[in-house]
Ligand binder design. Structure first.
Ligand code: GLU
Length: 321
């Protein structure tokens, strides 16, 4: 290449770089613990958004957080622009129900799209004699950190079963990334995690020591699923994790990607577009995202209104009438 042409191209690239920088907008996505699926899913979203940064000027970053409840609260206070949240948490935040009764409805919450299914997953030490949720009575159980989705779901399950935390011999509130170690050190008998599969956290808990996945399937759970629109029965396939060769029956929610009405239409449009235009690549970035399907991502799991930026993209792409 002739030298002046090369300098010219570099000069243009530099100019482009500085123009883009001058207009750069930062967005942060609230996720969960680093061994969950939210964190790598958020990373995958940012990777696709940042790839087109020169065109739209958006710089996307991921934060590891306490989980769903933390994320919607941080979006409400304007600390975060986006977050991943369980479909039940999206519902309760928007409606001001359950643990959001005191703070009231977050009417500005907006759905962007939904992600992977998240079964309510209970893992117990193989030597603890636990094969179903009912066997947790009298055991040492990690009920999840406040701010996490699993903690919120656990509270609902306890209420549905007519139990309280006093039905356990000991209760801890460790965050997901610390659960596997506590289980394998024999500090707890069981842990709960509402999470996509396969996930690093469950892999760790089932390979670092002998442990099993537990069925969460009884009349109280079936009633719960019947009564609440955001719950459904779920199966964790046998053979996915060491020590559990049979299918496990439980119930679950869906992970959803949310934002607020104070985030601009243009930003949400660009983020949505970046994901849907490269859905194959997005699916390949984490095995728990492998079965995502565009139609379900648009139509399932959302109870808050769709953000206008997402709606604009979905109409343009023919995913919505
Ligand atoms: N469902 C969990 C929560 O809402 C997070 C799961 C994950 O990090 O993948 O806190």
């Amino acid at each position: 290449m002739n030298k002046s042409l090369a300098t010219g191209i570099m000069g243009a690239a530099l100019m482009l770089g500085s123009t883009a920088l001058a207009q750069e907008t930062f967005i942060s996505i609230g996720t969960g613990g680093v061994t969950g699926v939210y964190y790598p899913a958020g990373g995958a979203i940012c990777r696709l958004v940042n790839r087109d940064r020169a065109e739209h000027g958006i710089r996307c970053g991921v934060e590891s957080t306490g989980g769903s409840v933390f994320n919607v609260n941080a979006i409400r206070s304007g600390e975060l622009e986006f977050g991943v949240a369980q479909s039940d948490i999206q519902y309760h935040s928007f409606n001001g129900s359950q643990q959001f009764e005191e703070t009231g409805a977050f009417e500005g919450l907006r759905a962007v799209f939904s992600l992977h299914p998240e079964p309510f997953t209970v893992v117990a030490r193989a030597d603890a004699g636990i094969t179903s949720f009912e066997d947790l009575r009298g055991k040492r159980v990690n009920i999840g950190n406040p701010g996490s989705g699993q903690r919120a779901t656990m509270d609902v399950v306890l209420e549905a079963m007519g139990w309280t935390v006093d039905d356990f011999s000991q209760v801890s509130e460790l965050p997901p990334a610390e659960q596997a170690l506590a289980l394998c050190d024999n500090n707890i008998d069981a842990m709960v995690y509402t999470v996509g599969h396969p996930s690093g956290a469950i892999q760790e808990a089932t390979t670092a020591c002998d442990s099993v996945l537990v069925n969460v399937d009884n009349d109280a759970i079936r009633q719960l699923v019947e009564d609440r629109p955001y719950y459904r029965m779920a199966t964790i396939p046998g053979g996915m994790y060491r020590g559990t060769s049979e299918d496990v029956t439980t119930f679950g929610v869906g992970a959803t990607f949310v934002s607020s009405d104070s985030v601009s239409e243009e930003i949400v449009y660009q983020v949505t577009k970046a994901i849907f235009e490269s859905l194959d690549q997005f699916r390949a970035l984490h095995p728990a995202l492998g079965n995502l399907n565009a139609e379900e991502m648009v139509n399932d799991g959302n109870s808050a209104p769709l953000h206008p930026g997402a709606e604009r993209y979905f109409r343009e792409a023919g995913l919505m009438e």
